[in-house]
Structures are given as C-alpha cells and as structure tokens.
Design a protein around this ligand. Structure first.
Ligand SMILES: [Fe+2]
Length: 253
C-alpha cells in the first residue's frame, strides 16, 4: 500500500481494501495513523474507523527517525569522502517526505530546526517560505542539501577582486540532493507559492564557524544567522498577507 498517499479516493480505496491503521486527515492530505506516530495530536478515532493501530514497522511503513539518521551520518564521517555517503543517506530520507513530516512536523512556517549540532556535523530541517530570497552566503564546509517538498533556486557566485560575481545556478525540486563544496557561495530563493522543505547536512558546526554573507550592494560581512531568521520571517509575513491570513496562520476576517 502506498503510505501516505495524497489522493483521497486512492487512500480510501486502499484502506477499505484492508489497509492497516486508521485513516485521518492532516493538512488536507490523507494519512494513516499508527500506534507510534504522533500525528499532530490526532487519534485513531478521528476518522471514525475503529481499527487497532499497528506500529509503523508492523505495517511496513518507511520511517524517518532523527536519532537513527544522525547516527548514520556520524558513522559516515569516518569515510574518506563522507559527503558522498551522506548524500546517499539524504537521498533516501527525502524520498519519503511523509515520514519526515511524521517525525518532525510538516512545513507550515519558514525557519529552521536543529536536529543535530556538533563540531563536525550539523543537521537541519530548513523551510523556505514562498518567494523568499536569501542573500549570498558561504558555509566553509561541505553541505548536502535535500529537498522533500517544493523547490529552490540556487544562484552560485565566485570571488573576484573586492566582490563576488554570478557563476551559475541550479534549480532543485523535491527528491533532489545537491552537494555543495567548502568554497561554495550561493543565494537561495523559493520560486514556488508553497513552502519548500529541505534536510541540510553540513560537515561542521553550521552555527559556530565564522563565515560570510554579502549585502545587496555586494559588501562582504560576517554571517549573521539572525539575518536569516529575519529574512524568513519577513517572507512568511508577505506570504500570509498574500493569502489573506494573519501571521498566526488564522484566516483574516
Ligand atoms: Fe547556504
């Protein structure tokens, strides 16, 4: 059985044909409820079908477990080129977006969630609001960027005397994983009207490594993670306004 499916009729058919678990609805998408899935507080009775819920493993459902994912990434750090092994881990993870949603919540608001931080590895969930544009910045460590919902446009830059200039670009869509090198400078935008969700794995301490960002005039400045938060929050507010919602997510009168 395909779990989860985003097709209501197909989900109902599969359930009635003998599917495991209870069917419920989250964010307008049908999901099956399992005994070990948070389901955003919903319960097995929410869809009015009183079957006993199995665990996800019992039902053969792909599970994203943060601790297991981080452990596998950390185990890969001992390899000669850990970023290649970690790219495969990220590819496997983003192939099951529903499992990630179940583990850490769906992408409903711009921001980032730290799933792991250590001197040699950082794992983040990043959510890009619709139409957000994040200024150019570098990482000074390799990164594996995996998209599991929506898409993002990357613009790449190279250093020239006293400034940076555009050197290329790449669009990533759901299921894509990009490896960025230690010298990469990029800006990121969300070309879609939906939230874009991604898993980022960095080969170092994302928050504790001194690095750079560039302002709209091309001036190089120390990287400021609070500027990232502000950029995301401003885009969130614009998206809410465009949707006729307040920033809390409720529908404006
Ligand atoms: Fe970046």
């Amino acid at each position: 059985m395909a779990v989860p499916t985003r097709d209501r009729a197909a989900a109902l058919d599969a359930f009635v044909a003998g599917g495991a678990g209870s069917l419920l609805w989250m964010n307008s998408h049908p999901r099956l409820a399992f005994a070990d899935t948070p389901n955003g507080g919903a319960t097995r009775g929410d869809f009015g079908i009183g079957l006993e819920c199995p665990t996800r493993a019992e039902a053969g459902v792909v599970v994203f477990d943060v601790d297991s994912f981080v452990s596998e990434c950390r185990a890969s750090l001992g390899e000669r080129r850990p970023q290649l092994a970690i790219r495969e881990l990220v590819e496997r993870a983003v192939a099951a977006p529903g499992a990630i949603d179940d583990a850490i919540g769906g992408p409903t608001k711009g921001g980032f969630q730290t799933l792991h931080r250590s001197p040699e590895l950082t794992v983040l969930q990043f959510v890009w609001p619709p139409a957000v544009v994040l200024f150019p910045h570098d990482h000074r460590m390799w990164a594996a960027i995996g998209i599991y919902g929506g898409g993002e446009d990357n613009t790449f830059y190279r250093r020239v005397p006293d400034r940076i200039e555009v050197s290329g670009g790449k669009r990533l869509e759901a299921g894509d994983v990009a490896l960025l090198g230690t010298e990469t400078i990029h800006s990121v935008s969300n070309p879609h009207r939906q939230y874009t969700a991604a898993i980022h794995v960095y080969g170092g301490d994302y928050f504790g490594t001194p690095r750079s960002q560039w302002d709209s005039s091309g001036n190089e400045e120390p990287f400021d993670v609070e500027a990232v938060r502000r950029t995301l929050a401003e885009a969130d507010a614009r998206a809410a306004e465009a949707d006729g919602r307040s920033e809390s997510g409720s529908v404006a009168p």
